[in-house]
Design a protein around this ligand. Structure first.
Ligand code: HEC
Ligand code: HEC
Length: 387
């Protein structure tokens, strides 16, 4: 992150007079990991510190492991963009290959591979290979930029979208991932986590083996280890919030979007799920994110995308089932080289085609996309690639 950028932020922060509603300003046009415009000096320091910690590889002495997948957040979310790191999930499925089997007892250590060992562990946790009853599913670290905007949207907005979609005639009927105690999920590929602090604490534990006040217990592992080389809880809450604040303060990159491309996007009804703009809460504590029309291109709801994208997992994602995914926020797509939860699509058009399969809520939209003229389709693709 070049220091020059903070200067830029400082300049744009001088802003318009009180009579004008300041529009969201996106600086750092060519960066996926630029800070929000309008951060004060303390917040800019918080961002810079969090940026460093996000990329810092933790060691044994920090409490890494005993099992883990990568030693730094940035190894799976390089420059806040997609990948390259990923997580492998697995579950026992029925004969059709995608319905979860109610009996998961042969997987006593859960559904997430933790391939690296340290701190006295000798047995990694690997997905069972060549087992016809076990389905393996990849999850590539999604982009994390612009996620502060997603946190700033009120729960009621999600519930309103859910109610509006229930009345649609074209099969689109998203639902919020209700996590219990009234919380609605919005983070993770299946919206299984409610806040960025919780998402960070969860990543610490499950990806890095770093226990923290929100998740103080090492996950069960084949060696039966209950701790690592740092006795007790590995990090304090400030380690969690430092990284979460960095993610929270990442801007949505500036875009130059063509109105014709947007018209084609709407004609194919992509906007039914990829809602172009959500209004954020007026009382969100981070001022630059309060009361803005956030161009997030998601409804934060779960949708059944059919058997084609099903991952065979029936547990671990709140109430989300094996065919359900959160509408991917179309933020920073111009930094992505591959698309979808497992990066299976190498182009935007492959990603769109993958939305269509038996039972998918997006079948009508894909049919409309196919019915567009060649020039409308290419305008749509260019539009999505520029997001
Ligand atoms: C081993 C790779 C890996 C590491 C290390 C990792 N992540 Fe992730 N991250 C992922 C994957 C995969 C997902 C999607 C998880 C899911 O839905 O199950 C994810 C999801 C997220 C999300 C939610 C994004 C969204 O669109 O909702 C955030 C925020 C995030 N990670 C932040 C972090 C932070 C902070 C750290 C370090 C403490 C971290 N990650 C470490 C792979 C990783
Ligand atoms: C029924 C809701 C729905 C509709 C309609 C829909 N999408 Fe999606 N879209 C999703 C979901 C859910 C995902 C995440 C799927 C996954 O990762 O496996 C997604 C993912 C994507 C991605 C991949 C994003 C990434 O970060 O990898 C692109 C690109 C995309 N959609 C574009 C479109 C376009 C263009 C249209 C219109 C032709 C469209 N979508 C229609 C729900 C929808």
């Amino acid at each position: 992150m070049p220091r020059r950028l903070f200067f830029l932020v400082a300049l744009t922060a001088c802003g318009p007079g009180p009579e004008q509603q300041p529009p969201p300003v996106f600086v750092g046009a060519d960066l996926s990991d630029a800070p929000l415009a309008g951060l004060d000096e303390t917040q800019q320091r918080t961002f810079a510190r969090g940026d460093e910690l996000f990329d810092l590889s933790l060691r044994d002495a920090d409490g890494l492991g005993p099992l883990y997948t990568h030693a730094a957040c940035g190894q799976c979310h390089t420059a806040a963009a997609r990948g390259p790191g990923m997580v492998q999930k697995f579950g026992v499925v029925m004969a059709d290959g995608h319905t979860p089997n109610p009996d998961q007892s042969r997987l006593p250590y859960g559904h997430t591979e933790r391939p690296l060992t340290t701190a006295g562990a000798t047995t990694p946790l690997l997905a069972p290979r060549y087992d016809p009853d076990v389905r393996i599913s990849f999850r590539v670290g999604p982009p994390v930029m612009g996620r502060g905007y997603l946190e700033a949207v009120a729960d009621q907005t999600l519930l309103d979208l859910e109610a509006t979609q229930a009345a649609r005639q074209d099969g689109v009927h998203g639902r919020a991932n209700r996590l219990g105690a009234g919380a609605l999920g919005r983070f993770g590929l299946k919206a299984r986590l409610a806040t960025l602090d919780e998402t960070t604490a969860d990543a610490f534990l499950s990806d890095m083996g770093i226990t923290n006040p929100m998740f103080p217990t090492e996950p069960a592992n084949p060696d039966g280890l209950t701790d690592d080389l740092k006795p007790g809880v590995d990090v304090g809450l400030e380690s969690v919030t430092a990284r979460a604040d960095y993610v929270r303060m990442l801007a949505i990159p500036r875009r130059a979007l063509s109105p014709d491309g947007r018209a084609a996007f709407e004609k194919a009804r992509c906007d039914a799920c990829h809602v172009p703009s959500l209004r954020t809460r007026a009382d969100f504590p981070l001022a630059p994110l309060a009361s803005v029309d956030a161009p997030v291109f998601t409804d934060l709801l779960l949708h059944d995308l059919g058997i084609g994208l099903a991952d065979g997992l029936g547990a671990g994602d709140g109430t989300a089932g094996p065919r359900e995914w959160r509408t991917a926020p179309l933020i920073g797509l111009r930094f992505s080289k591959r698309y979808l939860h497992d990066s299976r699509a190498g182009t935007v058009s492959e990603a769109i085609e993958a939305h269509a399969s038996e039972g998918s809520e997006a079948n009508d939209s894909v049919a409309r996309y196919r019915a567009l003229s060649d020039s409308e389709r290419s305008l749509l693709i260019t539009f999505v690639e520029a997001l």
